[in-house]
Design a binder for this molecule. Sequence first.
Ligand code: FAD
Length: 340
Amino acid sequence: MAASVYDAKQERKTIGVFLEQASGVLEGVSLELLSRGRQLADQAGWSLTGLLLGHAVEHLAREAMAHGADEVVLAEHPLLETFTVEACAHTAFQAIVEGKPSVFLLGATPNGRDLAGRLAVRLRTGLNADCTDLRLIPETGVLVSEVSGFGGGVLALIEMRNHRPQLATVRPGVFRPGQADPGRQGRVIRSPVNLTEAMIHTRVVQRTVGRMADLTKARVLVVGGRGIEGHFDMLRELADLIGGDVGATRPPVDEGHIERERQIGQTGVVCRPKVAIVCGVSGAFHFIVGVQEADVIIAINSDSEAPIFDFSDYCVVGDALHVVRDLIRVLRDVREASYA
Ligand SMILES: Cc1cc2nc3c(=O)[nH]c(=O)nc-3n(C[C@H](O)[C@H](O)[C@H](O)COP(=O)(O)OP(=O)(O)OC[C@H]3O[C@@H](n4cnc5c(N)ncnc54)[C@H](O)[C@@H]3O)c2cc1C
């Protein structure tokens, strides 16, 4: 592989985090990366640097500092107001070459993934995509990225010895965001931006924000697998009664019973609810990685040998549709009795 634009001898001992934002609001994954980045930086005695691109977004630099950044490189320009990958790749590339961070982390969001690929090519470095954990060896400064491969059958630990920055994307929900400390101070470093309209070949004509479900924020989840045979109406009713949201395994999503944004697992979202009620789900590894951080898992499966029971705190052997129907009835009765 060709040498990277800068190498390990020229690097600065700092962990860079791309502070992804939209309409002046930081993406949750940016706060999660700041939290993990802070832990790694403290272990190694390094600094933590945010990279913030946008227009009139300086307030977000303060927010990033409250969440652990020592400094924020701020690149503001009207052409950065709405994310376009060309403008962001050009500006981020310049800031990274200037700052030479040893590590640079991005969220594996649609825009983060798009940007990370372009940065890897421009910087001639590698990209550890969709990491499930990150560690830093303090003695060598080498980032160890955990990535699942071969359909989840293998967990690979990837190290980048010479190429810099050590570039990685992490899916939303993998790390927990830390508590903000509004008293934390840091430095804002303004980065010059030399963008012209001619450099950007995409034009944002209209920005429509869809009402997509965000299961990463759900405190209670009712999850349906193939075993519920598409009866998500019943799961929605249960979820409404207990103030939860509805998720799914991949088969019902592939069969069109529920929206893809509700798929939990390796190729879906990673969730950390307080409670997950998992109905008619076998417990394949690809699914488990998306729900194993739940505080309590309650599984309902007709097969007493189903692997999901190995990961569950409460195991109900039975027909999930019957159990859910009974639960709905009992909850309604309790509710009506409390109104009487
Ligand atoms: C690269 C790759 C990525 C993947 N990513 C994901 C992912 O992100 N998310 C994901 O979910 N999957 C993913 N998969 C698929 C995954 O491997 C499993 O096939 C999938 O999770 C199985 O879904 P399931 O448990 O709903 O269905 P099944 O494995 O078919 O299990 C159905 C379960 O329902 C039970 N059941 C049947 N009827 C009833 C009933 N009436 N009441 C109670 N229980 C009943 C059965 O006993 C069984 O345990 C991926 C696969 C690959 C190869």
